[in-house]
Design a binder for this molecule. Structure first.
Ligand code: FES
Length: 270
């Protein structure tokens, strides 16, 4: 059993929990993820490691389905059955030059860890974070502290620039030489935002979030198409070259269990 030491709703339906999991926290690197199970009969869900401090690992999620609602309902001091990780390859952290880290919605939660690792490796780091509205923006202060420059956008203009992170990325790559870009958020946001760097041939990473079960390359549920080949996001990723990902197939596969998910959340709400 793993204890949730802290739990907060940091934005509308977005929760952060700090779990006491020394084996994960001490080995976690930027870009990696964990698979958690709330109890013995619970489904396994993959969640990105947002930060690690001492024995604690921070996980951020949006309460949208049965499992994430159940996770959000656990009070500090409560337990979850399993946390497996760190899983997946870490982000490609090296001396790139100037890097841009783009986070959208709950995907912003992964950006401080990657931005911090890239800063430590001697890069200039430009952050762009975007959310639907001011109430859904997370980790602005954390990112401002780490990044050399931070741009904030909201879809409705309630904070920062009115518009999308993709607009700022387009201008940034037009204005200066950018050596590598990370884009993390919903699949549709990653698909659209990564178009801003395609023509310029800028190395662009996205972190894929397909349905996962075992996280060890055995079940095949996380298979994605990258550069025309089948890959398993859990063991080959989760980060891939954005310009080679078949996002439409990813989004189609993310919807596989939509009916069952609706049923599960309806039962949970009863
Ligand atoms: Fe089973 Fe990746 S989650 S193969």
């Amino acid at each position: 059993m793993y204890t949730i030491e802290k739990s907060n709703e940091i934005a509308d339906k977005i929760f952060e929990i700090w779990v006491d999991a020394p084996h994960v926290a001490r080995n976690a690197q930027a870009g990696q993820f964990v698979i958690i199970r709330i109890d013995e009969t619970g489904e396994r869900i993959p969640l990105t490691i947002s930060r690690a401090r001492g024995d604690l690992v921070r996980i951020v999620f949006m309460a949208v389905g049965k499992t994430t609602h159940a996770l959000a309902a656990i009070k500090p001091g409560g337990n979850i059955a399993d946390i497996v990780g760190p899983l997946g390859h870490p982000s490609e952290v090296k001396s790139w030059g100037t890097c841009v880290i783009v986070g959208g919605g709950a995907g912003i939660s992964s950006t401080p860890c990657i931005a911090e690792a890239l800063k430590k490796a001697g890069n200039k780091v430009i952050g762009i974070i975007g959310a639907r509205n001011a109430g859904m923006l997370i980790f602005e202060d954390e990112m401002r502290e780490i990044c050399d420059e931070l741009h904030v956008t909201t879809d409705d203009g309630s904070k920062g620039r009115h518009g999308f992170a993709a607009d700022v990325l387009k201008e940034t790559v037009a204005d200066q030489k950018i050596d590598a870009v990370w884009i993390i958020g919903p699949a549709i946001m990653m698909k659209i935002t990564s178009m801003a760097t395609r023509d310029k041939g800028i190395k662009t990473f996205v972190s894929l979030n397909p349905i996962m079960v075992d996280g060890t390359g055995m079940c095949g549920s996380c298979r994605c198409q990258v550069a025309g080949k089948t890959v398993f996001a859990c063991v080959d990723g989760p980060e891939f070259d954005a310009h080679e990902v078949d996002f439409d197939l990813l989004m189609q596969r993310q919807r596989y269990y939509m009916e069952q998910e609706k049923e599960a959340i309806a039962l949970w709400n009863q």
